[in-house]
Design a protein. Structure first.
Length: 355
């Protein structure tokens, strides 16, 4: 493939670019100084232009049309591919691409490469992994930059974290690193309708939820094992439980997470707050807030806003992310920057869309 072109730009392909994740990646890449989109796939939109499928991108990708197969995408000579595909499909697509071009850089937005075993995958995704050896190969790096920055720099294949997992891990990471989580973590997170994908489904379609709030997959969400895997690598006791109650909210974008974390006896509130300040002071996409984060402050950004309150031996940590930004496509661009050893903030430092 081409690697860095004479123009100073790498070629990026997007598999599954007709969905929300793919569209958001296209939006971020428009202004990126070192990346250009060379190819996009969608089996339902072959031959159509990006502007036809995503009218908000009209004028930016006028000569780019959708292709279908991995071979067609490789024909556009990408240096890296973002896999914005459903689980199982992403693993198969990754296998096809790497069979032809083993050195191709990949960032997978699905859950197909986040877990460590086929049994865990089967239990949480209700399907057999099509290529279980991918889960145990050690090739795929979990793409939470704030934890794995050194492993990501110059890596080849990245498992982009889940949206719920991103908000939860960033809320608990400073305490896990200091062995300050002493009991089961209670995790409540409310998400916008875009997290359910572009295809309307009963119960997740926006008109069905716009004036409603409900819980779903109570104590059974597929992002919990990746949360535990990541935090255990940071120092969390392997025996700790994680009780998650996801909720669907009446808004389009964002995830607001609340963690209730039991602290060790005598834990000092100032020490807890200092832990967050020490860990996140130099993190470009984590902002500490007083009182509470707000979803409107992170909409359209790659930021995670975090607040912590301590009382009566409990830390209540709240985080806010854009599920399509830091929870998906923005984080994918952050990871791509690291794969190509660029400053990780390149093309991503933009303010929120609402005050």
């Amino acid at each position: 493939m081409n690697d860095l072109l004479g123009s100073g730009r790498y070629r990026i392909g997007i598999a599954g670019a007709s969905g929300y994740g793919g569209a958001e990646a296209l939006r971020w890449l428009v202004a990126h100084p070192h990346f250009e989109v060379c190819g996009v796939t969608s089996r339902a939109n072959v031959g159509r232009s990006v502007a036809e499928v995503h009218p908000h991108l009209a004028g930016f990708y006028e000569d780019l049309t959708f292709v279908s197969d991995p071979e067609d995408l490789l024909g556009t000579q990408p240096d890296a591919v973002i896999l914005a595909l459903p689980h199982r499909f992403a693993a198969a697509y990754a296998h096809a691409l790497r069979t032809v071009y083993p050195e191709l850089r990949l960032v997978d937005l699905s859950g197909d490469h986040r877990l460590g075993s086929a049994a865990t995958y089967r239990a949480h995704y209700d399907a057999d992994h099509p290529y279980p050896d991918q889960l145990t190969s050690g090739d795929w790096v979990y793409g939470l930059t704030e934890q794995n920055r050194d492993r990501l720099a110059g890596a080849r294949v990245v498992a982009n974290p889940g949206c719920f997992a991103t908000g939860a891990i960033l809320g608990a990471l400073p305490l896990a690193r200091r062995a300050m989580i002493v009991g089961p973590v209670r995790h409540v997170a409310i998400t916008g309708s875009s997290g359910s994908g572009a295809e309307a489904k009963p119960g997740t379609h926006h008109p069905e939820r716009v004036e409603d709030v409900k819980a779903y997959k109570v104590l059974a969400h597929q992002h919990v094992p990746e949360v535990l895997r990541s935090l255990r690598e940071a120092g969390l006791d392997r025996e700790k439980s994680w009780w998650m109650v996801p909720q669907s909210g009446p808004f389009a974008r964002g995830i607001f997470t609340t963690l209730f974390i039991d602290l060790p006896a005598g834990a000092d509130a100032d020490f807890v707050r200092d832990a967050f300040e020490q860990d996140y002071a130099s993190e470009p996409f984590v902002r500490l807030r007083e009182g509470t984060p707000r979803l409107t402050n992170v909409t359209g950004t790659n930021f995670c806003d975090v607040a912590v309150t301590v009382a009566e031996g409990v830390a209540v940590v709240t985080t806010a992310i854009d599920n399509l930004g830091k929870g998906m496509a923005g984080q994918a661009i952050q990871n791509l920057n690291l794969l190509f050893e660029l400053p990780e903030t390149t093309g991503l430092l933009v303010p929120g869309t609402r005050p």
